[in-house]
Design a protein around this ligand. Sequence first.
Ligand code: NAP
Length: 271
Amino acid sequence: MTHYDVHGVSIPALGLGTWQLTGDDARRGVEHALSIGYRHIDTAQIYRNEAEVGAGLAASSVSRDDVFVTTKVWRDHVAPSRLAASVDESLRKLGTDTVDLLLLHWPVDEVELEAQLEALVAIRDAGKARAVGVSNYPAGLLRDALELVPDLATDQVEHHVLLGQDRLLDVVRPRMVLTAYSPLAQGEALSNETVREIAEARGVGPAQVALAWLLGQDRVAAIPKASSDAHRAANLAAADLVLTADERAALDALPKDHRTIDPDFAPDWDA
Ligand code: NAP
């Protein structure tokens, strides 16, 4: 599997997303994913499953050192006065002294960007995160953030065959990685006719086609969520699927304006 070496960490291009995996599904899901070869797990404080993700990491026979673990700080904890305690709580739940990647989950206008980023970097300097980054930052805001902290490792944003990120990728490459969340458009990509036609012709599932389109892009990682063992295995196999130029061109040509995650606190995506 491709790994992206960026600012002192090596990010596996395919990871397991864990939003909406709770309780035993999260614990067992993480343990199963590691047992079949995943080495990248994505969680967040707001998913309320860090303890179960931590239990899955602990139960696995795969060493913690061999797993790339990301968590994220929720919006009401990004103020410098709150961030350190919030991260300590995440680490305690995850059962680890350090996460591989710590992200600010969403832009927050109410706290100065410089103050948020300074507090984030202080966590890294204290050894509690090996790398830091952001999530849901549009291109202009990411540029501002990179002026303040040039070694941000990733911007985690929605990206899939139905939603393009060309403007953001121009900022990201080559210095960081774009981590594609909802890489299956929360399942909607799987019913797309072009995706299905390619899947049928290649004898693979539509999820593999959608993921292979993402993973075929330089500096793009993807973190599909899957509740079942079969879906997790199918998604992992996408790392070995190489689409032809014609298949890529057909997927490139799909309309790229379908956003599935757009809460009322979202930034202006064109900023
Ligand atoms: P997603 O990964 O695009 O799609 C998940 C859906 O696809 C689930 O319904 C899942 O069903 C289904 N699925 C997965 N693999 C499949 C397969 N091989 N065949 C058929 N169906 C399949 O959606 P997501 O959970 O929104 O995004 C993935 C991860 O990104 C999240 O878990 C989270 O870690 C991260 N994320 C981050 C943010 C952010 O603000 N930073 C926002 C959203 C998501 P089953 O569960 O039944 O397998």
